[in-house]
Unconditional design. Structure first.
Length: 147
């Protein structure tokens, strides 16, 4: 009986999962608004669940580009409730640099802080880590210019 009560108490403390379909629909709408823009290089989105240790709990998405791509920045958003850390890793040649931005998963977009445009970019990896909440969907719009 004590074990059942303990399990019920722990389950009550766990954050509720979001409505995954609604969160993904909101992320898709955010990305759809950006697609076709003159400086949009690509978009990415993925679900984030409860963290397990220090590991990422999101879907790592890699966008690849021709060698001559300039990355100006990225606009990121998170949907479904909670708090998350969205990371962008940029590869120019064979070197990786990156930035991370904390976001509230309320659908409001935030610009990822690159201090200056990144030249000769051939890949960008976007990943999300849920810091608080039961789950969320991240979305990113990467901007710049090919050529």
């Amino acid at each position: 009986m004590i074990v059942v009560a303990l399990i019920a108490a722990l389950a009550a403390c766990a954050p509720a999962e979001p409505d995954w379909q609604a969160a993904q629909s909101e992320a898709d709408a955010f990305l759809s608004e950006a697609v076709g823009g003159p400086d949009v290089l690509g978009t990415a989105s993925g679900q984030m669940g409860q963290p397990i240790g220090d590991s990422s709990n999101g879907a790592e998405i890699t966008l690849t580009f021709p060698e001559t791509t300039r990355l100006d920045g990225a606009e990121v958003a998170c949907f479904g409730g909670g708090e998350a850390l969205i990371s962008l890793q940029v590869r120019a040649g064979s070197e990786w640099t990156g930035t991370s931005v904390p976001v509230t998963c309320d659908g409001r977009p935030i610009l990822a802080p690159f201090t200056e445009p990144q030249d000769r970019v051939n890949a960008v990896t976007v990943d999300g880590r849920l810091e608080q909440g039961g789950g969320a969907v991240f979305a990113a719009v990467v901007t710049g210019e090919v050529g």
